[in-house]
Design a protein around this ligand. Structure first.
Ligand code: FAD
Ligand code: PHB
Length: 389
């Protein structure tokens, strides 16, 4: 078997890359270790930058997103029980779109299936070979049989725990990491959201976030110690704690109900450099992780893919390696700015367990400055809606 580009992982990065390449006549195969329904069942991000939406549309998967996505022109940040609105549209001219990662994934899978491009689900023991040569290959097993495919390039879109980054010798990779001593417990519920826009809450009991997937489906998060388990949180316990952290107006609007999904996500910052080894390229969570506070994870996966797809298309159309050679540097320039923003939002909004009195005072000063300064609000809005590619 032979193809032009082997993509490992069918998360948003892999699927989006597959469609952008397909539109330019480049053949791909996607190898995904999990079953399709498992991939579709993962509840993750919900906020899309306009640049991400543009790429999804370019990939031909934007029809439902255009109809069902909710346009948000701002967000609210709450401190000391008082909400302050950050006017994205007024400050930057841009908005964000609320549309779940699950839906993005489903739409991309549908267009891929419609065009007949191959995806192998439950591809196990994926191995990347001869990646420093001109003719790499990828091997895997499925249904008890072994398979191999030759290709020009391999793109690792297989997330933080994937095989691609691990294929790169440790001596050829520089990694940067920060783990946070808390996680986010998330709950999905079939009830209307408490407010038109998202509410990020800095509360003395810990951070909370009121988000949504649609006008009838809400997503809430609570900061909790990293040692906790989602199973130990009954729905009642979750609602009780959320109620404690919200302002009276939000509490009066809160509609509780049985959770459709509940999960605990650790918070981590991580970057691996460079995002290339021979003919292997990394994109999305395979190369970097941000804490979700800035809503950047999925958007960074999309911007990596935007840059890489153009480089691969240039390579096949004009035989030029220039775009591929500069991919890592260009992508990392944007990634580090999103790392900084996500770290800063995390510092600003969470209860940091080992924070000194000095740290806490700085946090309060940062919030008060934000609420009073148009310049600070513009900086937050500019980062939140997404920096240019
Ligand atoms: P992924 O979505 O992780 O996709 C990688 C794919 O590769 C998966 O389907 C996986 O099964 C597959 N794979 C892995 N290993 C192999 C292998 N060896 N062989 C073949 N396939 C493999 N971001 C936000 O902005 N907001 C959020 O609320 C938010 N919540 C999150 C909650 C969790 C638990 C996690 C893990 C992430 C969350 N993120 C969130 C981040 C966001 O979802 C990711 O940034 C986004 O999914 C990145 O897309 P990706 O395609 O790079 O990776
Ligand atoms: C979400 O809706 O899942 C969400 C929204 C904003 C964030 C993180 C997650 O910053």
């Amino acid at each position: 078997m032979r193809t032009q580009v082997v993509i490992i992982g069918s998360g948003p990065a892999g699927l989006l890359l597959g469609q952008l390449l397909h539109k330019s006549g480049i053949d791909t195969i996607i190898l995904e270790q999990k079953p399709k329904d498992y991939v579709l069942g993962r509840i993750r991000a919900g906020v899309l930058e306009q640049g991400t939406v543009a790429l999804i549309e370019e990939a031909g998967a934007g029809v439902r997103l255009r109809h069902e996505g909710l346009i948000h022109d701002g967000t609210e940040i709450e401190f000391g029980g008082i909400r302050h609105r950050i006017d994205f549209k007024g400050l930057t001219g841009k908005s964000v779109i609320i549309y779940g990662q699950t839906e993005v994934t489903r739409d991309l899978m549908d267009v891929r299936e419609a065009c007949g491009a191959p995806t192998v689900y439950e591809a196990l023991d994926v191995g990347i070979h001869d990646i420093e040569s001109e003719s790499p290959s990828v091997r895997w097993s499925a249904d008890g049989k072994k398979f191999a495919i030759d290709c020009d390039y391999v793109v690792g879109c297989d997330g933080f725990h994937g095989v691609s980054r691990q294929t790169i010798p440790a001596t050829r990779l520089q990694t940067y990491e920060r783990a946070y001593p808390f996680g986010w417990l998330g709950i999905l519920v079939e009830k209307p959201p408490v407010s038109e826009e998202l509410i990020y809450v800095n509360h003395e009991r810990g951070f909370a976030l009121c988000s949504m997937r649609s006008r009838t489906r809400s997503r809430y998060y609570l900061q909790c110690p990293i040692e906790e388990h989602a199973e130990d949180w009954t729905d009642d316990r979750f609602w009780e704690e959320l109620t404690r952290r919200l302002d009276p107006q939000a509490v009066s609007k809160l509609q509780t109900g049985p959770s459709i999904e509940k999960s605990l996500a650790p918070l981590r910052s991580f970057v691996a450099e460079p995002m290339r080894f021979g003919r292997l390229f990394l994109a999305g969570d395979a190369a970097h992780i941000v804490p979700p506070t800035g809503a950047k994870g999925l958007n960074l996966a999309a911007s990596d893919v935007g840059i890489l797809s153009r480089a691969l298309i240039e390579r096949y159309k004009t035989n030029s390696d220039a775009g591929l050679d500069s991919y890592s540097q260009r992508a990392l320039a944007r990634i580090w700015k999103a790392e900084r923003f996500s770290w800063q939002m995390t510092q600003l909004l969470h209860l940091v367990p080992d924070a000194s009195g000095f740290d806490r005072k700085l946090q309060v000063a940062g919030l008060e400055y934000l609420f009073k300064s148009t310049a600070a609000q513009t900086a937050l809005a500019e980062n939140y809606v997404g920096l240019p590619y």
